[in-house]
Design a protein around this ligand. Structure first.
Ligand code: FES
Ligand code: FES
Length: 235
């Protein structure tokens, strides 16, 4: 979750850079547009759009309403991207403001990633990005180009369940299980980061998730079992 917070806090700096870069872009506009082709201004506009829309999605409140941010967010950006998901590369046509969760669900049909609040509160949309849990609803798909995304569909390998998936079966850890994919992906991040974590560590690590069934005790039992399973596969 610290990673996630860093991402959010970083946006303030990026907004500042965006403002400065935007002023510079306006000064350069005439000369660069006349040169044609994929000019720097196009590249910069793309980055601005991604940063601005990323900030708009990740942060509630004031920044959404800043005219510079709104203007940059509506300028043209590259549409075709290569996205690495569960070990495969997908060439996708995306909109500038498409979130990672939307693309996973509606363009790749990976519906294991759930959308609960769609505003960085419930954790249902959690996926791993380079093995670190992130809210898929609060990252633009443009922000994860060149990175490795793992969804709940990608945990099983060659017919063998991931230690967390096995723990869910062992402990029957969820009631309705709508929250399960998000918790599972965070637990997968935890066993990767520290298989020796304790129940108290797991409780802190999973603090960014909400289970509407209030099944927290069983979910923590599952986390403990997942850590045990992971240690057993390592030994
Ligand atoms: S849907 Fe992303 S945090 Fe709730
Ligand atoms: S088990 Fe129902 S929301 Fe968590």
């Amino acid at each position: 979750m610290d990673e996630l917070r860093e991402d959010v806090f970083l946006q303030d700096d990026l907004i500042e850079e965006l403002r400065e870069d935007h002023a510079e872009t306006e000064a350069d506009d005439g000369r660069e547009e006349s040169s044609g082709g994929l000019s720097d201004v196009t590249r910069r506009t793309f980055i601005q759009g991604s940063v601005a829309t990323g900030a708009a999605v990740s942060m509630a409140g004031g920044n959404l309403l800043q005219p510079d941010v709104l203007r940059a967010a509506t300028e043209p950006v590259a549409r075709t991207i290569d996205l690495r998901v569960n070990g495969e590369t997908h060439e996708l046509d995306v909109e500038p403001m498409d979130t990672l969760a939307m693309v996973l669900r509606y363009k790749l049909d990976l519906t294991g990633t759930k959308l609960g609040c769609d505003r960085a509160e419930c954790g249902a949309c959690t996926v791993l990005i380079d093995d670190v849990p992130h809210y898929g609803c609060s990252m633009l798909v443009h922000q994860v180009r060149g990175r490795e995304v793992t969804t709940v569909e990608g945990l099983e390998r060659d017919g063998v369940l991931h230690p967390v998936q096995q723990a869910v079966l062992d402990e029957m850890g969820f009631q309705c299980a709508f929250c399960a994919p998000g918790f599972i992906m965070s637990m997968a991040g935890l066993v990767k980061a520290n298989p020796n974590a304790t129940r108290a560590d797991a409780q802190k690590w999973l603090a960014g998730h909400i289970c509407r069934c209030g099944d927290y005790n069983k979910i923590l039992n599952t986390a403990e079992r997942a850590l045990e399973n992971a240690r057993a596969t390592l030994s």
